[in-house]
Design a protein around this ligand. Sequence first.
Ligand code: PRT
Ligand code: MG
Length: 222
Amino acid sequence: MPTVTIALSKGRILDETLPLLAEAGIVPVEDPRSSRRLILATSDARASVVVLRATDVPTYVQYGAAALGVAGRDVLLEHGGDGLYQPVDLGIGRCRLVVAAHRSYDWAHSVQRGARIRVATKYVRVAREHFAAKGMHVDLIKLYGSMELAPLAGLADAIVDLVSTGNTLKANDLVAVEDIMPISSRLIVNPAALKLRRAEVKPVHDAIEAAVAARGAAGAGR
Ligand code: PRT
Ligand code: MG
């Protein structure tokens, strides 16, 4: 029987994903953070994992190359979520999506007087929707990383980026000027795989969901 492939995001989410999977009884045979293997078997004979760049996870699951995946809400919103179930909030990779500007930039005043504001971000789709919903016209500049540099280098007036501790903003004299939404990682599922390979996929899905529920129960009892 082919195993159920779980697509994981490398980078910071992986450190929080591995303990959660372990609680679901799924432990990769090698540490994916150091292994050069791209597909890893796990302690659960039904499941294997692949570790991908975060933005590629929804694509693998959408096309059924992986039946299950773990991806940030930010990545899912930017992807659009077409062809994906997103049944479980895993409660990991928590941060906030915000608008930030240099502390010397008068954001409120610029908005008020309808100035033409330039905003740099990796999250063009979410940013466009956020500003459109507020009836604001902004010029969006697509970046692929180090958004914090854009206002300092004069590329943009503001950025849309993720913040967790706030240390990066602070270190670069930036401040959050608008809160957009809370972010965490979700379990994503290929709907066709869940239907056609239900006998294999559902138990793995349920084991992960149960591990999340157990954490919730433990948290509530504390
Ligand atoms: O390498 P690649 O370009 O593929 O991705 P990446 O380096 O942007 O991201 P990676 O692999 O580290 O993981 C990104 C995912 O982690 C995101 O999609 C989120 O769902 C989640 N996540 C949670 C975060 C953060 N918290 C976070 N703080 N991703 C990024 N950050 C960055 C933020 O962009 C900023 O530069 O951390 C910095 C701010 O951190 P603080 O603690 O200083 O506020
Ligand atoms: Mg990275």
